[in-house]
Design a protein around this ligand. Structure first.
Ligand code: C2G
Length: 133
């Protein structure tokens, strides 16, 4: 496959500007951007709550972002190596809340952590809507 493939992962629930920025910045690091969208089950395991939007809805939203070339469902955090190899990615991008956590994949790809957009999060949006802040 010609060019550099970038891969990134996330839940992308209640899609917001922090999400679109990390996707744009990820895409700018290569020629093709592939995104693993966390399954509902993985999200529940990580965060202890169900996402607002289902995995099919989140997948559809992310697939329709201009910077994104391909999407798939991420079933487990432990399968990162398989996903990187399967999609022939040469760069793995994660938000810096995961800093250092995926350095062990350095043998098969470059691992880049990007700073999060300040003051926006799915949790804050949900709290705002329910009137807690
Ligand atoms: N993000 C950001 N700025 C924010 C919020 C999120 O840059 N204010 C980024 C995160 O750093 C991540 C992406 O947007 O790169 C998706 O964020 P989440 O949906 O919160 O992703 P997460 O649940 O951490 O899932 O395999 C790892 C997981 O799937 C990552």
């Amino acid at each position: 496959m010609a060019g550099k493939t970038v891969i990134t992962f996330g839940t992308f629930d209640v899609f917001h500007v922090g999400h679109v920025r990390v996707l744009n910045r990820s895409a700018a690091l290569g020629d093709r951007l592939v995104v693993g969208v966390s399954s509902d089950q993985l999200n529940f395991a990580k965060k202890g709550r169900n996402p607002v939007f289902s995995q099919e809805e989140r997948l559809e939203i992310v697939a329709n972002v201009k910077a994104v070339d391909a999407v798939f469902i991420e079933e487990s955090l432990e399968q990162k190596r398989d996903y990187v190899l399967e999609h022939q990615a040469s760069i793995l991008v994660m938000g810096d809340d995961w800093s250092g956590k995926f350095d062990y994949l350095n043998d098969i790809c470059e691992v880049v952590y990007l700073p999060r957009t300040p003051s926006v999060s799915t949790t804050a949006i949900i709290e705002h809507i329910v009137g807690n802040s």
